[in-house]
Ligand binder design. Structure first.
Ligand SMILES: [Zn+2]
Length: 233
């Protein structure tokens, strides 16, 4: 399967929060997008694995993605090791994406930092033919994606580029709201956390407006690239 875009996230809902508008835009344009979550977020203060699984399915439908997989790494233990890097390589080689997105490499949550490092290593080693992998008993062919971009989570960075999501901001927020147990649940029994505080949803909108304005659009999502990007004029 030749996928256009493959997104890695430490927890279900990270991809929606960081780049839900861009995902909605890409799938609306007919691009194939897959998301691989590393953990089931079982350490979350609200919800449980089963409720989060249903919420993740709902959010995936809102964004119209091609597939979603969970690698079931223990939550809170997302760190670089040979096993997880190799597992991520097998997924890159399976889906052969043109572009990969990962969490930005400095953040509040240590799992986001770990996921970022794991994906960066896997993207590089996936292109080396002497690193052999097999999946379901099949030897895999090597694959190096064209680009690795990072999306923003809690900590901000000066973006390398901003994607205009003005026509897809509502879809992004719908995908975020699909995680009912996590966000803005002031009338539910859940406890108030960093992300369930209504101020968090307001911050999401303010951030989208802020980065949108930087490119003179209504809403935008910022991304970072370690490599220089060619501007085709
Ligand atoms: Zn997360």
């Amino acid at each position: 399967m030749n996928l256009d875009i493959l997104i890695f996230a430490a927890h279900p809902d990270d991809a929606e929060l960081g780049m839900g508008g861009t995902i909605a835009k890409l799938t609306a344009e007919g691009k194939s997008v897959g998301i691989i979550d590393l953990t089931e977020a079982e350490l979350s203060s609200n919800g449980n694995i089963e409720s989060r699984r249903v919420e993740t399915e709902d959010a995936s439908k809102v964004l119209n993605i091609s597939f979603r997989e969970n690698l079931k790494v223990p939550d809170g233990k997302v760190k670089v090791n040979d096993e997880i890097v190799k597992t991520v390589i097998t997924r890159i080689r399976k889906h052969q994406p043109k572009i990969i997105f990962a969490p930005y490499f400095n953040d509040r949550h240590p799992d986001h930092i770990g996921a970022s490092k794991i994906v960066k290593e896997a993207v590089f080693f996936s292109g080396l033919k002497k690193i052999e992998t097999d999946l379901d008993g099949q030897n895999q062919t090597i694959h190096r994606p064209d680009k690795l971009y990072y999306y923003m989570q809690t900590y901000e960075f000066a973006p390398s580029f901003v994607v205009d999501i003005s026509n897809h901001f509502e879809t992004k927020m719908k995908s975020v709201r699909a995680y009912k147990s996590q966000f803005n649940n002031s009338n539910a029994e859940g406890e108030l956390t960093f992300i369930s505080d209504p101020k968090f949803i307001k911050m999401l909108e303010a951030r989208a407006r802020h980065y949108g304005f930087q490119i003179r659009k209504e809403y935008g999502e910022p991304f970072y690239s370690e490599e220089t990007i060619e501007l085709k004029i």
